[in-house]
Design a protein around this ligand. Structure first.
Ligand code: HMH
Length: 226
């Protein structure tokens, strides 16, 4: 799939992440969502962990508001905070309720170590760095799911996990991905210049992107171990 729609910096970092990007977006868990072979227990366990993930992910986007230097950056970041809290998190509550997981059980989910490591890594990228560092750690989550959703919408051979696929393949999520990719390009241009790869900061930013990608692989792995 082409990475063009999600911006220039993403395309470059995605390529620099090499095999890790492929291992993330073509993980066995993803294959199981597409062909319906993923056991329901694994899917529900994943969803519960993902709800916890989203609470910290929303905090990380709120930190992006704090780290913004322009009104446009603030608007983009606060739009994502709102989309997460207003749309994506209630969707998880709804899917879990349909599957018989009460709100009480969902909110009592104990966070697995790999889940904790991922979001705290992202938050630390933001606390210790600037918006470029934070966004480099956030992009694999946002854009990876956009890419996975768009591909599965074309290639899925089962209807079993259609609702999940449609959420990430849908125009609302895809539009959010394009906005996030544009924010990433603009934030980087402002902080490291337009020739991204010539910046002394580039290698470290690519490292953050790759580490977040590796933590996404770990998240799928965790999902397969209810
Ligand atoms: C682990 C993970 N990464 C990315 C997304 C996309 O928001 C998500 N819901 N969960």
């Amino acid at each position: 799939m082409s990475d063009a729609g999600y911006g220039r910096a993403f395309g470059l970092m995605r390529r620099a992440a090499g095999g890790a990007w492929r291992d993330y977006t073509r993980h066995a868990f993803v294959g199981g969502l597409g062909d319906g072979s993923l056991p329901e227990a694994a899917f529900l366990h994943y969803l519960r962990q993902d709800y916890v993930f989203l609470t910290h992910f929303a905090r990380a986007w709120a930190l992006a508001v704090v780290k913004s230097e322009t009104a446009a950056e603030m608007q983009a970041a606060v739009g994502t905070v709102n989309a997460l809290i207003t749309h994506e998190m209630p969707l998880h509550v709804g899917i879990c309720a349909e599957a018989g997981i009460s709100g009480k059980a969902l909110f009592a989910t104990r966070e697995r170590p790999g889940n904790l490591a991922y979001t705290r890594f992202v938050l630390d990228a933001g606390f210790s760095g600037d918006l470029a560092d934070l966004l480099a750690a956030l992009m694999p989550c946002v854009l990876g799911y956009g890419e996975i959703g768009a591909r599965l919408a074309q290639e899925a051979t089962s209807q079993r996990y259609r609702d999940w696929i449609d959420t990430y393949a849908g125009s609302e999520y895809q539009e959010a991905c394009r906005a996030a990719g544009a924010l990433f390009d603009q934030a980087l241009t402002r902080r490291i210049g337009a020739d991204f790869e010539a910046s002394p900061r580039w290698a470290r930013l690519c490292d953050r992107f790759r580490t977040a990608t590796e933590l996404e692989i770990g998240f799928w792995q965790m999902g397969m171990q209810p």
